[in-house]
Design a protein around this ligand. Structure first.
Ligand code: FE
Length: 382
């Protein structure tokens, strides 16, 4: 029986708030007890968290690469390096995100990611290739295509059950068919890279879509007579992904979202690329060159291309930009994305019987420990 005790922690609960001086006992990868007092005994199996915060592990639904590794072009053996980088930043679950490429390259990238067997890969986010060629952002226009059953099948291959999130543009001709294909593999459809009208978006919300990929970025701008995807997202009960790096969105725009949306419906993503955690310089994102300067990643033509953000920085930025509490900010990277994916019973919460995927950090949001299945996988010490 593998046991780990975490003593003297401040636990962040989404509903109850922060509870101080708590101890947690983990047995065989599952939280078995949460209690008061000094500890549960067994000192050799106990880590004193010295009053650091303890929260469910962070969940990032949009990661294109990290720590020098680009998921579109890397080898299977490189994935561990990306995974370790993400673990060091508290991310216990992430969706490896595959952006628009030739169909077979997308399929090969999905296969490689799934072959890698890294412990924090939750599944795949397919972002493209069925996107607006106008609002394509960094997606290569040569490979953006109309929805088509064979194309969809080529990308998915035998991996339907590992595709968790699928970003698409609803205004494309066969998007309603695409929505059915996405729903048939039980992936979550998410609206993004779209120039659809408010009314077109509304039709898809009525068909059961309830997520927007990186709200504002890669979407037609809001106009008061043509509110488009942004207006539809802010008026709806759908979830919205936010890149809170201070560059993709002005801090006041993040504040606007926080003022408008229910706090349960916001999820932060990094949209990180290989350059996350690396020096300035040139990197690749699939078949495109990215130049990173002052933490900002751009294509050679100046288009913003992913980020170098990490989730704990996103949490700190979100608090700074919006004035949100630590509890509400942590929700955006734990229980909210878990609930969006329909996985709230498995990840993103802390309760007796839940999987011990946890993160420990100090008041500066510096990650001290990351724990997966009750095992310390990153040790930065309190
Ligand atoms: Fe994007």
């Amino acid at each position: 029986m593998a046991q780990l005790n975490l003593s003297n922690s401040k636990i962040i609960f989404p509903k109850k708030g922060i509870m101080e001086e708590k101890n947690v006992r983990i047995v065989d990868g599952t939280i078995s007890e949460i209690g008061d007092g000094s500890n549960f005994g067994n000192e050799d199996q106990t880590i004193d968290l010295n009053g650091c915060y303890l929260s469910p592990g962070f969940i990032d639904l949009q990661v294109n690469g990290a720590g020098g590794v680009d998921f579109l072009t890397c080898e299977v053996d490189d994935l561990e390096q990306a995974s370790e980088f993400l673990l060091a930043h508290g991310t216990t679950s992430f969706l490896g995100t595959i952006i628009t490429q030739p169909l077979k390259s997308m399929n090969a990238a999905v296969n490689r990611l799934l072959e890698g067997d890294v412990n924090n890969l939750l599944g795949i986010h397919l972002e493209g290739p069925f996107l607006s060629s106008i609002e394509r952002g960094t997606h290569n226009p040569d490979h953006v295509v109309e929805p088509d059953r064979d194309s969809f099948q080529t990308i998915i291959g035998d991996n339907g059950e590992d595709i968790r999130l699928f970003t698409f543009a609803p205004e494309l001709e066969k998007s309603k068919d695409l929505l059915r294909w996405v729903q048939s593999i039980q992936a979550l459809p998410s609206i993004g890279h779209s120039k659809a009208s408010y009314e077109e978006i509304q039709e898809f919300l009525d068909l059961g879509v309830y997520s927007f990929t990186h709200l504002f970025n890669g979407m037609k701008n809001f106009h008061h007579r043509n509110p488009g995807p942004v207006g539809a997202a802010l008026n709806s009960n759908a979830y919205v992904g936010i890149i809170a790096d201070g560059q993709h969105l002005h801090p006041a725009t993040v504040k606007l979202v926080e003022n408008t949306k229910d706090s349960e419906l916001i999820y932060l993503v990094t949209d990180a690329i290989a350059a996350a955690g690396m020096d300035e310089g040139r990197y690749v994102l699939g078949d495109q060159v990215i130049i990173v300067n002052d933490r900002l990643a751009r294509l050679e033509n100046g288009t913003i291309a992913g980020s170098t953000l990490t989730l704990e920085r996103a949490v700190g930025n979100y608090m700074e930009f919006t004035g949100a509490s630590l509890v509400d900010a942590v929700k955006t990277v734990t229980v909210n994305p878990a609930r969006l994916l329909g996985m709230k019973e498995e990840i993103g919460t802390m309760a007796i019987g839940s999987k011990a995927d946890l993160v420990v950090f100090d008041r500066n949001l510096e990650i001290k420990y990351t724990i997966i299945d009750g095992e310390v996988v990153y040790d930065g010490e309190c």
